[in-house]
Write a protein that binds this ligand. Structure first.
Ligand code: FES
Length: 167
């Protein structure tokens, strides 16, 4: 079956289009709608966005592949991203990553077998003054330490269990 936006996603896109002067200007927020809807931006999802906005597919693909916040492959329901850039590195990001990796049982770049968590190291998350920073889905967790990272995993595991594995 061909990929399609849900009625809710279509309503969100209509609302976005009213706020932006051109369809091109609305591209990034619409890509976020597609990512939330489908979990990641597959080729089909990018083509759907192009068709919905009446933009050339190459324009959509080049934008989606330029920005690291768009996932081009499936990720876990909890996408755990640790900043590895200079401020976070100097304030112990490696220790935080190592703790997350131990607690989740996956190396950076990996996804847990149950599909609940993907751990990734990423470039600057633009919260350098509150380093080290971990982003889980769309939420930031700042000033992380080994201890707080361990507590974060415990909290996320509990949430995943409480919601039947959902976010
Ligand atoms: S260096 Fe980590 S948020 Fe900027």
């Amino acid at each position: 079956m061909a990929l399609a936006f849900s009625p809710e996603a279509n309503d969100q896109i209509d609302a976005i289009l009213k706020r932006y002067p051109t369809r091109l200007a609305a591209l990034i927020p619409v890509l976020f709608v597609a990512q939330r809807t489908f979990g990641y931006l597959s080729s089909e999802a990018m083509e759907l966005v192009a068709a919905r906005l009446d933009l050339p597919p190459a324009q959509v693909i080049s934008t989606a592949t330029f920005y690291t916040m768009f996932n081009k492959k499936p990720v876990g329901r909890y996408h755990v991203q640790v900043c590895k850039n200079i401020s976070c590195y100097l304030r112990g990001a490696d220790e935080v990553t190592s703790c997350l990796s131990e607690k989740l049982g996956v190396r950076p770049g990996g996804t847990t077998p149950d599909g609940a968590f993907t751990l990734e190291e990423v470039e600057c998350l633009a919260a350098c003054g509150r380093a080290p920073v971990v982003q889980v889905n769309e939420q930031y967790h700042e000033w992380q330490t080994r201890e707080s990272a361990a507590a974060l995993v415990a909290e996320l595991r509990e949430k995943a269990g409480a919601k039947g594995g959902g976010v």
